[in-house]
Design a protein around this ligand. Structure first.
Ligand SMILES: [Zn+2]
Ligand SMILES: [Zn+2]
Length: 434
């Protein structure tokens, strides 16, 4: 009885201490980050050697879940197939903040020459394909696991809750799947109970190692897949007037899409890329076929502008086809929404990132980028900020370093501690916000 009382009195004292705790200073965070770095590097290399495609991240999920459990976190697995959610409750109640990392690799044959390069394979569209972490998600998982360990070690000084979201299938919904990883995790309650007030995430990209950059509002493009199917009338290549030349129509459609984008969108306010990347038609040099299919991608930074351009393109393509007696079907499917960084949070975050990266290493007004990220779906539910971490190899001009998704993409491991630190300080400072 006495011992029980003593224990609860001690708990009360500790709790009171937590309530009055000073914010954890950057030097303590630094020291704690340094302590977890050997593990973080080992995790990164292990994930790198064992990459898994979207919604097949079972091994990665098991490694993550085991680690989070070992830290005493509440862990939910199978949230969005292979997604993992870890919940760290501080000694005192308070705000709730989420940190996110993505988990999937790509069907890419790695050519980095690293000792721990991938030799793994996976199944993509029914084929066995090489698989590699060619987008750096191995780094993201390892950094967030490190951040979880650092924050768990500071639990007694934390008032509030940190939700760690490990998300599968960021690289778009795999063929046959209606949703990608972020959308599926949201649908399956990753942001419920507790509901975070804000979410933060990062990505390694070519850039000076140690630099951090982002922008408020539209940062990474909305990405749509576009499919155009044209129907004409088959005829002899020598007698085009006796049919409907769908090849000529396809050429006009491509010109129309390019011109429409260049001539009707203000490029200074809403950068827009509309690319037709495939065209399939015909089997023989002297037969004009009866149909052609085209596909491409649309990248935009303003939802209203995107909707307007899609409507104009549909009308224009219909009219072009009709002028030649052909018909057109136009389909648009969103791969990822616009990464929209909450303006207020973007302003708030800059000094926090500077605390982690050092003054002069943070650019909170970088130009937008036409690549996409499904982090955008979390930002449709709660405000959030997504930022990039420069991770080009040492001695390589960032402008010339291999981009994400290339076989040679090899982010610099020296930025691992910085990613752990930006996660930790973002969570701590957010929870301390008055
Ligand atoms: Zn990617
Ligand atoms: Zn990525």
């Amino acid at each position: 009885m006495r011992r029980l009382f003593a224990a609860s009195a001690l708990a009360l004292l500790l709790a009171a201490g937590a309530a009055n705790a000073q914010p954890v200073d950057a030097a303590s965070v630094d020291a704690a980050v340094r302590r977890v770095m050997p593990e973080v590097t080992a995790w990164r290399r292990d994930f790198h050697q064992h990459p898994e495609l979207g919604f097949a991240e079972t091994r990665s999920a098991a490694v993550i879940a085991e680690h989070l459990r070992s830290l005493g976190l509440e862990v939910r697995t199978g949230v969005g197939k292979t997604g993992v959610v870890g919940i760290l409750r501080g000694a005192q109640p308070g705000r709730v903040v989420a940190l996110r990392a993505d988990m999937d690799a790509l069907p890419v044959q790695e050519a980095t020459g690293l000792d721990f390069a991938s030799t793994a394979t996976g199944t993509y569209m029914g084929n066995t394909v090489p698989v590699a972490h060619a987008c750096g998600h191995d780094m993201h998982m390892a950094m967030l696991m490190g951040a979880a360990e650092v924050l768990a070690g500071m639990k007694d000084r934390i008032a509030g809750t940190v939700v760690f979201v490990f998300q599968p299938a960021e690289e778009g919904a795999p063929p046959g799947e209606p949703k990608g990883g972020a959308a599926l995790m949201i649908a399956e309650g990753a942001l419920n109970d507790p509901k975070p007030e804000a979410i933060f995430g990062l990505h390694v990209v070519p850039g000076r190692p140690g630099s951090v950059f982002y922008r408020p509002e539209g940062f990474m493009a909305a990405s749509d897949r576009v499919d155009i199917s044209l129907k004409g009338k088959q005829t002899h290549g020598a007698w085009p007037w006796r049919g409907v030349d769908v090849i000529a129509v396809a050429g006009q459609v491509i010109e129309t899409v390019n011109t429409l984008t260049a001539r009707t969108v203000d490029p200074t306010t809403t950068p827009t890329v509309f690319t037709i990347a495939t065209i399939n038609a015909g089997v023989r040099y002297n037969i004009i076929p009866d149909s052609a299919t085209l596909s491409g991608t649309l990248r935009t930074f303003d939802t209203a502008q995107r909707d307007a351009l899609v409507a104009r393109a549909e009308t224009a393509i219909d009219h072009v086809a009709a002028a030649y007696g052909a018909t057109a079907e136009f389909g648009v499917k969103q791969n990822a929404a616009l990464v929209f960084n909450d303006p207020g949070l973007s302003t708030w975050l800059a000094p926090v990132l500077a605390e982690a990266a050092g003054e002069g290493n943070v650019n909170p007004a970088t130009p937008p980028t036409t690549v996409a990220e499904d982090f955008s779906y979390f930002q449709q539910v709660i405000p959030g900020v997504f930022y990039h971490l420069g991770a080009s190899p040492d001695g390589v001009d960032p402008a010339a370093s291999s981009p994400n998704h290339s076989p040679e993409f090899s982010p610099n491991e020296k930025v691992l501690p910085l990613g752990v630190k930006t996660h930790v300080l973002t969570a701590l400072r957010f929870l301390d916000r008055s």
